[in-house]
Design a protein around this ligand. Structure first.
Ligand code: PLP
Length: 439
């Protein structure tokens, strides 16, 4: 029972350094957040010791009296968080992550080699929505299913609902997936439902990014239209890393969907549930149901808008011009910069962002944009004035990248980036200065 610092100072030291990085820097990765101390405590609890394959009341291991109580509580809170009627909706809280939740959901609804349509990765979709390249089927969702992605309109950069409807008429998917990893606007779920119904397809929403904002009723509600809804729990929902699968229970179409979803999670895709994580998800969902969380979600969106306005005021280009949710896609191509370079420069400045493809990008490795999100900054109680200041920092970071590129061609920027990846903070700057004394 000795503490970590005593047993393993090396790991403790890494945790300390990462704690410092998370709290001394500015965290703008749209898929991340800062979960509560309470949820972290639950996640680090002795619940990690217990095996509990199966479901509450039907386990393959003894000693699950309290684990059953926990899983039932987590399910109840998940339904409450999204205001769902338990007679119409059920939920599986065991998925280890968003990716396993998605694959389990797919295998529950459709058969191997059935056809699926999801938003293409370069247009903001997620890998698990059927992504493949010309050279390779990259993900289980494209290996085990036939995938035909839909896209965004090349001019407005909004989902091309008309194009999707036309493609669906020809492709005849068994499943349409909506939801994205990098789409700054809200979804018209009613439109997608009409297309899915016309083609006899299931409609699934993966709300991994926006689930906290949906729970707070700040965005359109996919539960009104979809058969299945999946989410991660660690993005705007602000919980630990895990996944949830919600499934409809009312009506003939859903006769055995509950059984199929549960069996798809275990034993098809997973083994024993991570009970410590389920406890932490339950705690996070309790927090989601509080009035403070609604205020938090409102502020996340207000902050994303304020950040967008600041960048636009400096003449920068945002995909779709702004945002409805927690994220922004910043198109750096008019400046002649790549997202990867700016990501590295920002790393050195203590600002964490990620490179991201923007519409029409050829390369996913060196895409022309970056993705910014305000969930974590808002968890640190930042409001519009603070994020406007963050926008000014980003402006300076981009200007710095431009100066480096202009003054010394790509060589200096390359050195700068090379040093930034191996060292951090001041030390990196000192080395770059030494390399280029004349600049
Ligand atoms: N779905 C969407 C829309 C995502 O953005 C992500 C991750 O970013 C996932 C699923 C996968 O989640 P995980 O990393 O927990 O597997």
């Amino acid at each position: 029972y000795a503490p970590l610092a005593e047993i393993d100072p090396e790991v403790q030291n890494i945790i300390d350094k990462e704690t410092w990085r998370q709290f001394s820097g500015l965290e703008l990765i749209a898929s991340e957040n800062l979960t509560s101390r309470a949820a972290i405590e639950a996640n680090g609890s002795i619940l990690t010791n217990k095996y509990s394959e199966g479901l509450p009341g039907a386990r393959y291991y003894g000693g699950n009296e309290w684990i059953d109580e926990l899983e039932v509580l987590c399910r109840k809170r998940a339904l409450q968080a999204f205001n769902l009627d338990p007679a119409k909706w059920g939920v599986n809280v065991q998925p280890y992550s968003g990716s396993t939740a998605n694959f389990a959901a797919l295998t529950a609804m459709i058969q191997p080699q059935d056809r699926i349509m999801g938003l293409g990765l370069p247009d903001g979709g997620h890998l698990t929505h059927g992504y493949y390249t010309a050279k390779k089927k990259m993900t289980a969702s494209s290996i085990y299913f036939q995938s035909f992605p839909y896209g965004i309109d090349p001019t407005t950069h909004l989902i091309d609902y008309e194009g999707l409807a036309k493609q669906a008429k020809i492709f005849k998917p068994r499943l349409i997936i909506c939801g994205a990893s990098a789409y700054p606007r809200d979804w018209d779920y009613g439109n997608l439902k009409a297309t899915a119904e016309r083609e006899g397809a299931f409609l699934m929403a993966d709300i991994a990014h926006t689930s906290g904002l949906i729970a707070a009723q700040e965005l359109n509600n996919p539960f009104e239209y979809c058969d299945v809804v999946t989410t991660t729990t660690h993005k705007t929902l602000r919980g630990p890393r895990a996944g949830l699968i919600f499934f409809r229970k009312d009506g003939d179409k859903y006769a055995d969907l509950e059984k199929r979803v549960n069996e798809a999670v275990f034993p098809a895709c997973q083994g024993g549930p991570h009970n410590n994580t389920i406890a932490a998800v339950a705690t996070a969902l309790l927090q989601v149901a509080q009035p403070e969380f609604k205020q938090y979600a409102k502020q996340v969106i207000a902050n994303a808008r304020a950040l967008g306005e600041t960048l636009v005021s400096h003449g920068y280009k945002l995909q779709t011009g702004g945002t409805d949710n927690h994220l922004l896609l910043w198109d750096l191509r008019p400046l002649g910069l790549t997202g990867s370079k700016v990501e590295k420069v920002c790393d050195l400045l203590g600002i964490t962002i990620n490179k991201n493809a923007v519409s029409g990008d050829a390369s996913a490795q060196t895409p022309g944009g970056i993705r910014l999100g305000t969930s974590a900054l808002t968890s640190r109680n930042m409001t519009e004035g603070d994020v406007r200041q963050v926008g000014e920092f980003l402006h300076r970071a981009v200007q710095l990248s431009l100066v480096l590129q202009k003054e010394a061609g790509t060589k200096l920027l390359k050195d700068f980036v090379r040093v930034a990846t191996t060292d951090s903070g001041k030390e990196g700057f000192t080395q770059v200065k030494a390399l280029h004394k004349d600049v």
